[in-house]
Design a protein around this ligand. Structure first.
Ligand code: NI
Ligand code: MN
Length: 228
């Protein structure tokens, strides 16, 4: 029973769930803070939250190299098919499925989802994951604050991963409100400092979280690991 999360920088993650390798939004090429190149990264599954280039990232190349199954919304799965990626599992907002590594539910996200070539990428999503290793993890992915986050928090979250970068997503103030709605045991901030436009002080934010809530805030550096 093991769940190990590695942050590769920006919003890219790798999860080792009882030995199964699951990537989320594997953005390595052109990611100025990437802790990996992605050229030889292992993957059994790849989850793509929405169509933007900083989230689809290297999905096509990694899926073709590894044969990993890509889990995303219906529109992005169709687009991946047209890029030659055939091993896909389409889901959609509010829908969950028991994959071998855990139950994946796509959640609401208020954002855009156009793919890099301009194709409509459907609705953007967050990810509520119940790993087979145990626990419950919520990745808000790219979104603004919304009150229904409380419903995800009601499921009892061991970990929430929230954007704090502002400009494209929640900034620090709204992300702090999100922590209050989600009440996770631990929260990890992401989607900041990749570019000047989303520069933030994650340690200042973490101090605010720990002063105003009972959640523990963990600030990772790119390449950093968190284990449940
Ligand atoms: Ni985005
Ligand atoms: Mn983004």
């Amino acid at each position: 029973m093991a769940f190990k999360l590695t942050w590769y920088g920006h919003a890219a993650f790798g999860m080792d769930i009882d030995g199964t390798q699951v990537l989320l939004d594997p953005f390595f090429t052109d990611n100025p803070v990437a802790a990996e190149k992605g050229d030889d990264i292992a993957a059994d599954y790849i989850i793509v939250s929405h169509g933007h280039g900083d989230h689809v990232g290297d999905t096509v190349a990694i899926a073709k190299r590894t044969g990993a199954m890509v889990i995303s919304n219906h529109e992005i799965c169709n687009w991946l098919n047209r890029q030659g990626v055939t091993n896909v599992h389409p889901q959609h907002i509010g829908g969950g499925y028991s994959h071998p590594f855990g139950y994946v539910k796509l959640t609401i996200a208020h954002h855009g989802s156009a793919l890099p070539d301009g194709t409509c990428g459907g609705s953007p999503a967050g990810v509520l994951l119940t790993p087979s290793a145990g626990g419950k993890v919520y990745f808000a992915c790219d979104t603004g604050l919304f009150h229904s986050m409380k419903l995800y928090g009601d499921e009892g979250l061991d970990l929430a991963v929230l954007p704090i970068g502002d400009n494209f997503t929640m900034g620090p103030d709204d992300a702090l409100k999100a922590v209050k709605l989600l009440v996770p045991k631990t929260v990890i901030p992401v989607h900041f400092d990749t570019w000047d436009l989303i520069a933030q002080d994650p340690h200042l934010w973490a101090a605010r979280v720990e002063a105003e809530t009972d959640s523990k805030a963990v600030v990772l550096a790119p390449g950093g690991v968190f284990a449940l």
